[in-house]
Design a protein around this ligand. Sequence first.
Ligand code: BG6
Length: 490
Amino acid sequence: TAPSCTLVIFGAAGDLTKRLLMPALYNLASEGLLAEGFSVVGVDRAALDRDGWARGLTATMNSFTEDPTAEFYTPQLDAASWGFVESRLDYLQGDFTDAALFGHLKERLGGGNVIFYLAVASRFVGDLVDRLGTAGLLDQSAGGFRRLVVEKPFGSDLPSAQALNRRILRQAQEEQVFRIDHFLGKETVQSIMAVRFANGMFEPTWRREYIDHVQITAAETVGVEERGAFYETTGALRDMVPNHLFTLLCMVAMDPPNSFAAEDVRTEKFRLLQAIRPVPPEDAVRGQYTAGEEVGHPVPAYRDEHGVDPASATETYVAMKLRIENWRWAGVPFYLRTGKRLTGRRTEISVHFRPAPYRLFRDTPADHTTPNVVRLLIDPERGFETQFDAKLPGPSMRLGRVCTRMRYDDFFEQKPSVGYETLLYDCMRGDATLFQRADAIEAAWAAVQPVLDDWGGRTDAGATYAAGSEGPAAADALLARDGRSWLPLH
Ligand code: BG6
């Protein structure tokens, strides 16, 4: 069970709270991991009271029993577990810019353990932390812990991230700051460390001598949904690359940490991010979707989505080539791509090995140059696949590609989860392993800063791609330039 604490959620009436935080708390309650003394205070401008807020959350929780295909589905809402959370909810209406709000909060909280969860847009974070600090709410001298959870994107480029880190660290110690990236809450992402560092058979080949290149993909079929206004100023690069995709990159490419202590793991991630050569603009491709189809239904162009400028230059797709300048990876390109409205939903890492040193089977048409691919399947398929060549049946010696696939669900029973369970639980226990340290956040922004600078002044949409396609042709050209190609998305 986690230590007793109060979770204060700023942005309590928002989407994150009802879609992710509440289901995560419910799942923690059903595992018996929340302390009896646990409580939640929701803070938001919305004109609600405790009962109104709780009623809305209960309605959303009930809706999770309706759609078995939804990302979070539970056949039945366990009344005792939801009751545990629901009975501990409280609501405080107020404006984050109003100093009086923080006075009320202070009275209500007293001296116990508190986690302040900032489920608010990045531009509000600095002010909010200043006000918490000024009100004395981050002071731990009375004995109770005071922690801050900050959502991504953390800043919007290197200078703003540096400024935000400086500002937060004037009010709190680094140990009090938990910068969240929900990809680290995914079992399959955490498992990459297990696969690499608990087995003797992978790590010896996990380096430049054996690996040709690595592809990291986070393809989505959805468009911008109701988030047009947020996405317009964010775009695919800021939304996904220095955070989620770099998280996957760290997992697959970092050196083995000395131990699994938070600082050892975070230090290795930082070292890896620091080794990325800042990406030159010619190694990055941006794209925007035009009208097309999603599973047989016509869908509009990005520029026609709700909340989007009809002349928008915001990218909904990004691909880039990364070079990592260290001994393990020198000369091994890492190709990253992510986008909305692509033909398949797939988050995965594929590690493409070099061909065998000598081609013994000369009569076999070489339809593939690197037959050995290891695929780490993150979402929605979750597993591990290896591809290699075997002999085709018949009198002559000819080769054919085969694969073995492990699916997590075949081996381990998994309860439905939203990915925030472990992260919230770790924050309550004070384990920062799965959270981003200030230096890593800044190293990540530094790597993509030349691209941000180059794209900043653009007024055109860049390369376009039809909704429901594999992405822009320019992304294929990025790999073709090096004599390589993406794994297909469909
Ligand atoms: C979020 C982005 O952080 O991650 C979204 O803001 C994106 O645009 C989402 O859709 C992807 O996460 P997941 O877990 O659904 O792959």
